[in-house]
Write a protein that binds this ligand. Structure first.
Ligand SMILES: [Mg+2]
Length: 405
C-alpha cells in the first residue's frame, strides 16, 4: 500500500465558555487541524493536531515530498524519515509525525478490519476513566453564562459535571488567581467531594517556594498527584523533596532524553503521556514501558482534542497495563464534534474504547466543512493571552494574578 496524498483542514469548534489558564485562555473555541492521509487502495486515515491554523496546513503540505509513496504499515521507518533526531534540530516535526501516525494506524486498522488497540498489543480495559477538568472560566460571550471565578461557581460547576458525566476525580486547572485563593478553592473541592480524587495543575506558574507552601497545605487531601506546580526538572525536584504528594508533569518530561534524565535524577513520579507531544501513540507506549520498568506512574494527558485525538487517547489508555489514574480530557467543554453521531459519550466518568476498524470514529464531512468555514471566518486566537487582561502576559514564576473579586 502507498500513501498518495495528504490533506490538512483547520477547523474551529465552540466551547461552552472561554477557559482560563496560567498563560492566557482558550478564547471560547478550539482551533484544531484535521489531517486526511489517502492511499492507493482507496483507504483514508485521519489524524489531528492542535492549533496552528494556516501554518499547520502549510506544514503538512511541506511533508508531502517525504511521505507520498511511503507504505503506511512502515511506521518505524516513517518516524526516521520525518523525525530523524539530527534533522529534527532544524525542523520541529514531532507533532506533525504524531498526526501522520494516527492516520496511518487508522489506515492499517481499516485495511485489516481491526481496531487500533489490536495493533498495539490488545486492550487490557474496555473503557478509560477521565477526571473532570475544572477551569476558571470567563462568561460565554453570547449568553453571559458559564463564568467560574468564585468558590460557589466552582463548586456548582464541579457538581454539574459530576452529575452529567459521573466523574469521581477532579482536576483544578489553576495558575490564574493568587495561589492563596486557589488553595481555598482546592480545599473547598476536597470538602465538597470527600470520596473523590483531586489533582491541581497551575501549568508551572508558581515559584518553587509557593509550590512547597501550597503542596504542604494539601498533603492530607485525597490527591492523585501535584501536577507541574513549578517550572523545570530542578524546580520540581526541590518541590518533591519537601512535599509528600507524587509529582506529575506534561511539560518537562515530554521526550525520551528528559525521561532518561528523570530516571537518573528523579523529579517526577507520574508521567502524563500526550499522544501529540510524544510524536504518536506508539512513542507513548514505549515511554510507558520505560515507566513500567522504573515503576513511575503514567496517565493520559489532554492538550485539547476533538474526537480523532480523543480516539488516540482511548486506544492508548486501552493498552497500558500501568495506567492507574483517570485520564484528562478537555472534551466535555466542547459544544460539538466533527464525528458522525456527534460527541463520544461519557458513562460513569469513562468513555468506551471505540470498537470499529482503525481509530473507530467516522468524520462527518459536512461538519468538517462547516467548522473549517467557521475557522475562515474567525481565524486563530492568541492562546497565550487572556481576553480579560489584554496587557498582561505570563512571567515564570508568575507574580501578577487575575482578580477574583
Ligand atoms: Mg498539565
Amino acid at each position: 500500500m502507498k500513501i498518495t496524498n495528504l490533506k490538512a483542514t483547520t477547523v474551529t469548534l465552540p466551547l461552552e465558555s472561554p477557559l482560563r489558564h496560567s498563560n492566557g485562555a482558550h478564547w471560547g473555541r478550539f482551533v484544531r487541524t484535521i489531517l486526511e492521509v489517502e492511499t492507493d487502495e482507496g483507504i483514508t486515515g485521519y489524524g489531528e493536531m492542535g492549533g496552528g491554523g494556516e501554518s499547520a496546513e502549510l506544514a503538512f503540505a511541506g511533508l508531502k515530498p517525504y511521505i507520498i509513496g511511503h507504505d503506511p504499515f512502515q511506521l518505524e521507518a516513517l518516524r526516521f524519515k520525518i523525525c530523524n533526531p539530527t534533522a529534527s534540530l532544524y525542523n520541529n516535526r514531532t507533532q506533525l509525525m504524531a498526526a501522520v501516525e494516527f492516520a496511518c494506524l487508522d489506515i492499517i486498522g481499516k485495511k485489516l478490519d481491526v481496531p487500533v488497540y489490536q495493533l498495539l498489543g490488545g486492550k487490557v480495559r474496555d473503557e478509560v476513566k477521565f477526571a473532570s477538568y475544572l477551569f476558571y472560566r470567563l462568561p460565554n460571550e453570547q449568553t453571559g453564562a458559564g463564568e467560574v471565578r468564585t468558590i460557589e461557581q466552582l463548586l456548582s460547576h464541579a457538581k454539574d459535571l459530576k452529575q452529567k458525566y459521573g466523574f469521581t476525580s477532579h482536576k483544578l486547572k489553576g495558575g490564574v488567581f493568587h495561589p492563596d485563593y486557589e488553595l481555598e478553592c482546592y480545599k473547598a473541592l476536597a470538602a465538597e467531594f470527600p470520596e473523590d480524587r483531586l489533582r491541581y495543575d497551575p501549568n508551572a506558574a508558581l515559584s518553587v517556594e509557593d509550590s512547597i507552601r501550597f503542596g504542604q497545605e494539601i498533603e492530607g487531601l485525597n490527591n492523585d498527584y501535584f501536577e507541574d506546580p513549578t517550572w523545570g526538572l530542578n524546580g520540581m525536584r526541590r518541590v518533591r523533596s519537601m512535599v509528600r504528594i507524587p509529582t506529575a508533569t506534561n511539560t518537562v518530561v515530554v521526550n525520551f532524553e528528559q525521561l532518561a534524565a528523570n530516571v537518573l535524577n528523579p523529579s517526577i513520579d507520574v508521567i502524563l503521556l500526550d499522544t501529540t507531544f510524544w510524536g504518536g501513540i506508539r512513542q507513548c507506549i514505549k515511554a510507558a514501558g520505560v515507566c513500567e520498568t522504573f515503576q513511575l506512574g503514567v496517565a493520559v494527558h489532554s492538550s485539547g482534542e476533538l474526537g480523532i485525538q480523543l480516539a488516540t487517547m482511548l486506544h492508548l489508555g486501552a493498552v497500558l497495563p500501568n495506567l492507574a489514574f483517570a485520564g484528562d480530557a478537555h472534551y466535555h467543554h466542547l459544544q460539538d464534534d466533527i464525528l458522525v453521531g456527534g460527541k463520544l459519550r461519557y458513562e460513569n466518568g469513562a468513555i468506551k474504547i471505540p470498537e470499529g476498524p482503525g481509530l473507530g470514529v467516522t468524520v462527518d464531512k459536512e461538519k468538517l466543512a462547516e467548522y473549517a468555514e467557521l475557522y475562515r471566518e474567525l481565524g486563530g486566537y492568541t492562546y497565550d493571552r487572556d481576553p480579560a487582561r489584554p496587557d498582561w502576559f505570563a512571567y515564570v514564576p508568575n507574580q501578577i494574578w487575575a482578580d477574583h473579586v
